[in-house]
Write a protein that binds this ligand. Structure first.
Ligand code: GLU
Length: 455
């Protein structure tokens, strides 16, 4: 591609196989390539990023997976400046390379197996030597290629196999740095042999640590969401996904947790990549996502939450006074969610009491070692206390103020639990003052009375 000096110029590639939705491991690999290239630019170098779909597996490769891959990259802001190329459209290059290898004595046609003498394949003439390369993450690696034998590189002149297409593309695109998953380490010696035989320049390599689940097994569907699409459906923010993926196998100098993409570009180097496997933690991703939710402007947050609210709650919220609506959206819901899809869950658990009173279970309303009699007394007292709060003063702080000293004197659990439970009939809900405020004075008294009557 260039006559620039290799220290300034780097070319990397994104080579997913479009055989499924983009796996989070692929995205992590692309992100590291992207950060590596952009960091080089930031420090005065030039770089190229090539996007190519490795779609030689005709049966499993699908156009729709290309589309979702490109959409995912776009949503995440991971860009490239060449392509997308498709290996299925680059057949001539591969045929030419196979011919060259045959002409130069590096490959030959052979029977594919003893059982079927008519079917032929093209084999690489393995020089059977030790191939040594320096991996930016794992150091010097030396592998004796003798065990690979004369491996097959194509079924015919027009039907190349994986290693050949990768190598031909990497040479053609002038790739200087191959950053990919550790599972490709064993491909590297074969690919280096092919590059040497084709007279190409061997690139630098960096093999990234594997991503594993909490059971230490390779991250897969069994662990939960693993494709970008699934994470998007669950309602994670792109900036949180990027931030979390960057920390999967890489760390900055001071174990810092939050980075924007721009900040990552500034500090990312391969020296920060670890050798040991990276454990994917859904909990950690949630906490990072929550951090980004908390930084959203009020209107944006509200619009997003509204989008995920079940319609019955939307109806309630849209009829509620502005301050009640604010309390529900910006306190109750926002404080309880880690990602947008949690909105629905929270509405079903912590907010189910909103529209209709829930049935009261007599066995649940009495606090630990309190009694039915005491509980009735407390509810009576609460009713008379809140009756004194005027509708215009009906605010969380004021409701709390009239009840608090009585609760402290009688035992907070014995007083506040029956109050909260009478209002919600739920084991999980916001505190009783918030609930009373949201329900309004009339409904609060109504529900307290009806719970008392049920005792
Ligand atoms: N198509 C390969 C994959 O998706 C890429 C291998 C490589 O980076 O060389 O795993």
């Amino acid at each position: 591609m260039s006559n620039k000096t290799p220290t300034q110029y780097i070319a990397v590639r994104f080579p997913p196989s479009p055989t499924g939705e983009l796996h989070i491991g692929n995205i992590r690999t692309m992100l590291f390539n992207y950060l590596f290239a952009k960091h080089n630019e930031l420090t005065g170098g030039e770089s190229d990023i090539y996007m190519r779909f490795e779609d030689t597996d005709k049966e499993r490769s699908k156009k729709e997976f290309e589309t979702v891959a490109l959409e995912a990259l776009e949503a995440l802001g991971i860009t490239f400046n060449h392509g997308p190329y498709r290996q299925s459209e680059r057949g001539e290059l591969y045929t030419k390379a196979i011919k060259t290898l045959i002409d130069t004595g590096h490959a030959y046609e052979a029977e594919s197996s003893k059982d079927d003498p008519d079917s032929k394949v093209i084999r690489f003439k393995n020089p059977n030597k030790a191939v040594t390369f320096t991996d930016a993450i794992r150091g010097e690696i030396s592998i004796d290629t003798t065990d690979f034998g004369d491996f097959v590189i194509a079924r015919s002149l027009n039907n190349p196999l994986y290693h050949l297409t990768v190598v031909v593309d990497d040479i053609d695109m002038g790739i200087t740095d191959i950053i990919r998953g550790e599972d490709h380490i064993t491909s590297t010696p074969r690919q280096i042999l092919l590059i040497e035989a084709l007279g190409g320049k061997v690139p630098r390599y960096a093999h990234l640590p594997m991503i594993i689940g909490e059971d230490k097994k390779k991250l897969s569907k069994r662990h939960g969401a693993v494709t970008y699409q699934k994470f998007a459906e669950l309602g994670y923010l792109p900036e949180a996904i990027i931030n979390y993926l960057a920390l999967l196998g890489w760390s900055g100098k001071d174990d810092r947790e939050y980075y924007t993409t721009q900040e990552l570009i500034e500090v990312f180097t391969l020296e920060g990549v670890n050798k040991s496997s990276a454990m994917f933690s859904y909990e950690k991703l949630d906490s990072i996502n929550k951090h980004y939710i908390n930084t959203l402007p009020k209107e944006e947050l509200e619009a997003k939450i509204n989008q995920y609210l079940p319609s019955r709650i939307t109806l309630f919220v849209s009829n509620a006074p502005a301050d009640v609506k604010d309390e529900i959206i910006h306190k109750v819901i926002k404080e309880r969610i880690n990602k947008w899809s949690d909105v629905q869950t929270i509405c079903d658990t912590d907010l189910a009491w909103l529209e209709n009173p829930m049935p009261i279970d007599k066995n649940k309303i009495v606090w630990k070692n309190s009694t039915i009699q005491d509980t009735k007394t407390h509810l009576n007292k609460i009713i008379s206390l809140v009756e004194d709060v005027s509708v215009t003063d009906w605010q969380i702080e004021n409701i709390k103020a009239v009840i608090w000293s009585y609760a402290e004197e009688q035992g907070k659990g014995a007083v506040l639990w029956p109050m909260r439970y009478s209002l919600t009939g739920a084991e999980r809900s916001p505190d009783p003052f918030t609930v009373a405020y949201i329900l309004g004075k009339d409904k609060t008294i109504e529900r307290l009375e009806s719970a008392k009557a049920s005792l």
